[in-house]
Ligand binder design. Structure first.
Ligand SMILES: Cc1cc2nc3c(=O)[nH]c(=O)nc-3n(C[C@H](O)[C@H](O)[C@H](O)COP(=O)(O)O)c2cc1C
Length: 198
């Protein structure tokens, strides 16, 4: 079933034109920009972090760390200010901003963990699946200036700020420009399976 729409933004969990029946928690995910003003329920935030927590990782190092900031707090403002303008214009309206960090050294011996970012990505990947199941939209952003984030949150050498994630329940997003609203109504596409595997 294809639901390309000119009017309403498509909903989390909707089919995304896969040719095989991938679960809606995967195929129905999209990077949300239009959020409802409603705050995210604390138990939902806990579920997202719990999903991340159960990701696999090299040596079971679990190098993912998160700083969560809800709208109206200095932390949210600091993360919003660090975003590149193209992201800030919409992401500053997200009910929650989540800073995803990778612990760069192995706890076991202090050596560099070459898989820290890989493992963090898996943790966030699981989080996106749980979010879609809960009807929560997420949007990961690499477009931010890391230095003020490092300074503002006193991260030190061993924590690498990788993405800022905007999240919340999808809504109208009255703050969106016409251009961004149009993008919210369009699905992204994917290269075919035949190109990613041989
Ligand atoms: C590591 C990473 C960094 C990203 N950075 C940005 C960003 O700075 N701004 C933005 O609007 N989207 C960003 N995205 C979202 C991607 O553009 C989006 O995932 C991609 O276009 C596919 O669309 P979909 O997530 O709706 O399926 C990022 C995604 C990832 C995984």
């Amino acid at each position: 079933m294809s639901m390309d729409t000119a009017g309403a933004p498509f909903r989390l969990g909707e089919d995304r034109r896969t040719d095989v029946p991938v679960h809606a928690a995967i195929a129905g995910r999209y990077s949300t920009r239009a959020f409802a003003e409603r705050p995210v329920a604390p138990e939902h935030l806990d579920l997202l972090l719990e999903a991340a927590r159960w990701a696999p990782s090299a040596f079971n190092e679990q190098p993912w760390r998160f700083i969560q900031a809800v709208q109206g707090t200095p932390g949210h403002q600091a993360l919003a200010e660090a975003l590149h303008t193209s992201n800030r214009v919409w992401a500053s309206h997200a009910p929650v901003l989540l800073l995803a960090l990778a612990r760069t050294r192995l706890a076991r011996n202090g050596e560099v963990n070459n898989y820290a970012r890989y493992d963090l990505g898996q943790a966030v990947g699981l989080m996106t699946v749980q979010a879609t199941l809960l009807g929560i939209g997420m949007h990961q952003m690499a477009g931010f200036d890391p230095q003020p984030v490092r300074d503002g949150f006193a991260l030190g050498e061993e924590l690498d700020p990788v993405v800022i994630i905007a999240l919340g329940y999808p809504g109208e997003g009255p703050y969106l420009s016409e251009h961004l609203r149009a993008r919210e109504h369009n699905r992204t596409t994917r290269i075919p399976r035949s190109e990613i595997v041989r």
